[in-house]
Design a protein around this ligand. Structure first.
Ligand code: CAA
Length: 265
């Protein structure tokens, strides 16, 4: 297994078969996302994607205070506009992590998820938040604006009015408001965040693998396509799944009143 400086990786985390736990591990900087974190997360997500024994991942932050307090301001402060432009700064987050990870991953938000931290959480397939989680896009206070998807993914998640208010004022949203606004799937007591997220991830990891990937692809299509196009994608994927061995097994298991034994084909 690779060793990393800024993240921790645990496969079959805490005995949970099929679940990989990734932890951003810069608690002294509130898990701010510098280029090393990006490089290592790209590597770790690729390893998760390639490991056929793992079917769900969780991303969280170390320490008690932050999931991630944003892109690393100290690293960005000396860069010139040309550097950001020529490097297409921030583009690998979506291109290398979101687009290339076909298997699901859950953000377990354990504290501040601000700026790039909020944006990273929103890249996950869904968010489970601790009751101490705080979400925000405070970039405006730094004289900039979201750069890792905040203005787009936040607006799609919670609607224009709330997203606009958050981006223009930089105010934070607590976990209760985030759940009410559909930003997060569920809020759990802080101390139970990882245990609860592991349970949800274990449920996913126990499902037929092709169906897991197919379901993720379908729901994501809803963000990219018109309703007519999305419905076609959904039907075609459904039809392809009916040719799988796991479809035959799943339906037989239902009729025979037993648990399915998945082959992943
Ligand atoms: N980048 C670099 N370092 C950061 C950081 C960040 N985004 N956020 C926190 N830190 C560091 C602090 O500098 C501090 O380090 P030192 O001890 O060396 O001074 C350490 O983490 C602890 O932070 P604080 O002392 O500030 O802790 P606090 O409890 O008083 O405040 C906070 C917590 C409200 C989250 C505050 O740290 C804060 O406002 N952080 C910045 C949040 C932010 O603006 N995020 C957006 C970044 S820009 C971005 O993300 C662009 C994009 O769209 C991708």
């Amino acid at each position: 297994m690779a060793t990393y400086e800024t993240i921790l990786v645990e496969t079959d985390s805490r005995g949970t078969k099929g679940v990989t736990l990734l932890t951003i591990n810069r608690p002294q900087a509130l898990n701010a996302l510098n280029s090393k974190v990006l490089e290592e997360l790209i590597h770790a997500f690729a390893a998760y994607q390639a490991d056929a024994t793992q079917l769900c991942a969780i991303l969280t932050g170390s320490g008690d205070k932050a999931f991630a307090a944003g892109a690393d301001i100290k690293e960005m402060s000396d860069k010139a506009a040309a550097d950001f432009f020529l490097d297409d700064f921030f583009s690998p987050w979506t291109a290398e992590i979101v687009k290339k990870t076909r298997k699901p991953w859950i953000a377990a938000v354990n504290g501040f998820a601000l700026g790039g931290g909020c944006e990273l959480a929103m890249m996950a397939d869904f968010i489970i938040a601790s009751d101490k989680a705080r979400f925000g896009q405070p970039e405006i206070k730094l004289g900039v604006a979201p750069g890792m998807g905040g203005s787009q993914r936040l607006t799609r998640a919670i609607g224009k009015s709330k997203s606009m208010e958050m981006c223009l004022t930089g105010r934070m949203m607590n976990a209760e408001e985030a759940e009410r606004s559909n930003l997060v799937a569920r809020v759990v007591p802080h101390e139970e965040l990882i245990a609860e997220t592991l349970k949800t991830a274990a449920t996913i990891a126990g499902m037929p693998p092709m169906a897991v990937i197919a379901n993720k692809e379908m729901v994501n299509s809803a963000f990219e396509m018109t309703l007519d196009q999305g419905l076609i994608v959904e039907r075609r994927i459904f039809q392809i799944l009916t040719a799988s061995e796991d479809k035959a097994e799943g339906m037989a298991a239902f009729i025979e009143k037993r648990e399915g034994q998945w082959k992943g084909r």
